[in-house]
Design a protein around this ligand. Structure first.
Ligand code: SF4
Length: 199
């Protein structure tokens, strides 16, 4: 690399940058074709993965042990960190919503997840072989989850949420200028975030 002339190095850099921009344009077109308009790019290295997130899952979350894509059915925190290191970029998709009743959240979340999985597939079919979606919520593809990876009844569409993979969603989305606050009751507007891992 050091022996490579400066001109050639600069040309290679420009080519890589051009490819990056073209790839982004392609992904963004697909995102918009799927009806999503509120999204931002983030460097994968800026996705914050933290042990405290896993501890919150283990102690205090009622879904612990009851969901096929939640702890303890997911990899250890260090493996999650390694997973994010396998990517250079991701798209964060924002979903702002308010529900009348807490139970309305389930159908809303399932509807969005079905669309997100269709988006992941289309991005994949366009040549982005590493495309992988993290839902904005726990997996709600079934009305009753089997609670296990092995016994999951819709393995082809089941995906974890970012928190399940120990992502500090608060710090991560704030780093790209997105809003997120602790909500005090179900009547508050939610800001939920899905992550499309892609490169
Ligand atoms: S697809 Fe169904 S069974 Fe599988 S993790 Fe999701 S909710 Fe559970």
């Amino acid at each position: 690399m050091q022996d490579m002339p400066l001109k050639k190095r600069n040309e290679d850099k420009t080519k890589r940058r051009r490819l990056e921009i073209n790839n982004r344009k392609t992904v963004e077109t697909i995102i918009r074709e799927h009806g999503f308009s509120d999204y931002r790019w983030i460097k994968s290295e800026n996705i914050v993965v933290a042990h405290w997130v896993r501890f919150k899952c283990i102690f205090g979350c009622t879904s612990y042990g009851r969901k096929g894509t939640c702890p303890p059915q997911v990899p250890a925190v260090e493996e999650c960190r390694a997973f994010f290191n396998d990517y250079s970029e991701a798209v964060i998709l924002r979903f702002a919503h308010r529900v009348d009743r807490p139970e309305d959240r389930v159908d809303w979340s399932r509807g969005i997840s079905e669309k997100l999985i269709a988006l992941e597939r289309q991005v994949f079919l366009n040549g982005f072989h590493k495309a992988f979606m993290l839902f904005m919520d726990e997996c709600r593809m079934c009305s009753k989850c089997t609670g296990s990876r092995e016994e999951c009844v819709r393995k082809e569409v089941a995906r974890p949420g970012p928190e399940s993979l120990a992502v500090d969603v608060f710090s991560t989305v704030r780093s790209v200028g997105y809003p997120i606050e602790v909500l005090t009751d179900y009547g508050c507007e939610m800001n939920r975030y899905a992550f499309l891992m892609v490169e």
